[in-house]
Design a protein around this ligand. Sequence first.
Ligand code: BQF
Length: 287
Amino acid sequence: MDGRAVAQAVREEVREEVATWVASGHRAPRLAVVLAGDHPASASYVRGKRKASAEVGVESETIRRDADISEQALLELVHALNANDGIDGILVQLPLPGHISEKRVIHALDPAKDVDGFHPENVGRLLIGDPAFVSATPAGVMELLVRAKIDIPGKRAVIVGRSNIVGKPLAALMMQRGTDATVTVCHSRTQNLENVTRQADILVAAIGRPAFITQDMVKPGATVIDVGINRIDDPSRERGYRLVGDVDFDGVSKQAGHITPVPGGVGPMTIAMLLRNTLAAAQGTYR
Ligand code: BQF
């Protein structure tokens, strides 16, 4: 499954919707991206988001702070962005430096500007089926399944990984009325994991361990979605690393009916869904 191509189609739609919005007299949607510290992966994600925003006509500003910024100063920055009517969406790039509580920062966001869908109000709305900003990675997984015409209702979906950012919201999306998967969430304490994953018609790997899902864990013909983004040292590359997923692609692709690669699978979908959320924030869709 080609996430790059599907993400491009989504970005093209967002670009057209932004153009229509602006042509009808509104200002362009505006996204504030807060980057505390200079974690190399985070800095690269933020650059990617800024570039993708520009391509669809979403204005963005990157607000950089030193890694030693106090939690109080970061909370004050969030409060100022909440109060700024010129900003539609706020994204605080994670992970934050260790001395800052991500929970307190996320709770401080105005839920109507929370384009990452991490605020508990948006998480709760998602769970009860109300309109909500949905975390971009799980939203991207669903969009990819739907656009690839993967049959979901009544199917058995197994999600490996129970994070607040991927596993839990994806479980909520998949079990929603109208989507109607039968969902199992597994994690590091799951017993006989391979017996559970082998039941999956749709298997989602969101563990954070390179090549964790192997061929023997996959039912023949299953759809396998790899959410993992792991940096592996690779001196033969100019950058010094390469990206690998949580799925052993070479082995599992012999067994799966459909499979997403890393890079070029879910990652580009994440960025496309962030742009869609930012347009929705500007339009006040969830207010
Ligand atoms: C691709 C992320 C872990 C922790 C914090 C495209 C991205 C990645 C891969 C990207 C991620 C992962 C992001 C590809 C954003 C996804 O071509 O395969 C895009 O930019 N991501 C993030 O912002 O924070 C993270 C993973």
